[in-house]
Design a protein around this ligand. Structure first.
Ligand code: URA
Length: 236
């Protein structure tokens, strides 16, 4: 259930300010009946809303997959740095998409953005155990003992306990790290705690989604099939 005025403004029918006046004129109908009170609760999945006889569709829910370049902060607004929102075309920004979780300014790779609040929450929540896989270049070489420590659940220098994670050495100075949570600077701090400071970090995978075919700086909308799969995998 949602307020009628919120539904209309989010659908782009009119600005919040204009809406009051529009509602007063009787131009808005819910299931055929004139409604003049913007506070009226509607069920956006069931109720038919019209403005001057034209159906008003709910805001389209979308998930975007961005290949974030280094140098952008994951924020909707920043006084100093460029934000990832500058990489999002206006047609999507108008739908109020926000980043799902965070990649550091220097981290590249897969970043999802969405206006689906429930999905956003589940993607971030450690409860849903969505795997995030990173490619890391670092000093030193990861050993089997490091992998075992990751698997057991690392304790970081400040006492933070991490959920079990995977560390796969790809050779000297290169590893793949898979985590199911998103603590601040998590991968960098995990690697540093084992004496393997990270010099380059890229997220390659989140759940079943990858960067395949997407150049750095580019983005695409998830297909209806991908969106449905994601929602199904993250069903409560
Ligand atoms: N872990 C980090 O340390 N940085 C990121 O950007 C993502 C995960």
């Amino acid at each position: 259930m949602q307020r009628l005025d919120k539904f209309l403004s989010e659908a782009g029918a009119a600005s919040r300010r204009e809406l009051k006046a529009i509602l007063k004129t009787g131009a808005v109908r819910v299931n055929g009946r004139v409604v003049t009170d913007g506070a009226t609760k509607i069920d956006e999945a069931k109720d038919a809303v019209t403005l001057s006889g034209n159906p008003v569709a709910a805001k389209r829910q979308i998930v975007l997959l961005l290949h974030k370049p280094a140098g952008y902060v994951t924020s909707t607004d920043d006084p100093r740095d460029r934000t990832v929102m500058e990489l999002i075309p206006e047609e999507y920004r108008r739908l109020d998409v926000v980043p799902v979780g965070r990649l550091d300014k220097d981290t590249e790779g897969l970043l999802l953005l969405t206006n689906d609040g429930a999905l956003q929450h589940r993607l971030i929540s450690p409860k849903y155990r969505v795997e995030k896989r990173y490619y890391a270049r670092h000093e030193g070489t990861a050993s089997p003992a490091d992998a075992e420590a990751f698997q057991a659940g690392l304790v970081l220098k400040d006492g933070t306990l991490c959920l079990p994670a995977k560390l796969r050495s790809l050779g000297p100075g290169e590893s793949e790290v898979t985590v199911t949570e998103g603590k601040y600077h998590q991968v960098r701090r995990m690697m540093a705690s084992r004496g393997l400071p990270v010099t380059y970090l890229r997220r390659d995978r989140e759940g079943f989604l990858t960067l395949e075919g997407l150049p750095r700086g580019a983005l695409r909308e998830l297909t209806a099939g991908e969106y449905a799969q994601l929602a199904a995998e993250l069903a409560p």
